[in-house]
Design a protein around this ligand. Sequence first.
Ligand code: FAD
Length: 234
Amino acid sequence: MRVFIVHAHHEPTSFNAAMTAAAKAALLEAGHEVEVSDLYAMKFDPVSDRRNFTTIADASRLDQQVEERHAAQFGGFAPDLRAEMDKIAWCDVLVLQFPLWWLGLPAILKGWIDRVFALGFAYGGGRWFDIGALAGKRAMVSTTIGGPDAAYSDRGVYGATMMSVLHPLLHGTLAFAGFSVIEPVFVHSPQRMSPTEREAVLAHYRERILALETAPLLPMLKSGDYERLVRKAD
Ligand code: FAD
């Protein structure tokens, strides 16, 4: 299988870096192909603006989706975006590896999505969810979380489960674009673990990574079901 890991942590000795290194080594050892985009090491620019494009549809005002549609038609995505799009097109499975920051993604990864998941590439033209532009590929989110598991429940301090916290990413982004979304990996409080516990987490993560092709998926909305519901409500 071809696996594309997008890694978003600024510290090479972080636990996130250890997870990405463990995943890459396990996949290569098992004969799979791996690409890693280490966003900080690449100095990936997360700011979305005219620099996304080499073409211009409307010079008078910037409408990102208008420019994306035009760029998709005329080959006008900037080389840094095209390179990331090519890796997505190449892979069977996309893995997003990041620490939870403010109940969300580090800005560099959010910016990667805002720029790379462009109209005409990741969605558009009535293609969404099961008939999405990237249908047929799998995606898995792997995140480390400072707070303990108990903090992430309806009655925990955050008032939400990790599945709810990541709903915008799991459902609104990955499933929306057509990915079959694998059950995520949550690693709570790696900073408070003993070395033995961390080794056990890394060993378990290697197993999860080697099972990406067959791992259980989250339930996915079927676009036809949604359209039937909307018609019924009208
Ligand atoms: P690290 O601190 O890098 O690593 C943990 C430990 O693992 C370290 O001791 C490290 O030395 C060790 N380690 C590294 N490599 C290996 C290896 N190969 N083998 C064994 N051990 C190793 N948390 C929340 O719960 N909710 C939030 O909303 C939230 N918001 C945040 C916002 C910001 C801006 C920041 C900076 C943090 C926030 N946090 C939050 C905490 C954050 O989620 C955690 O600090 C992060 O997930 C921990 O992962 P890490 O990779 O940075 O761990």
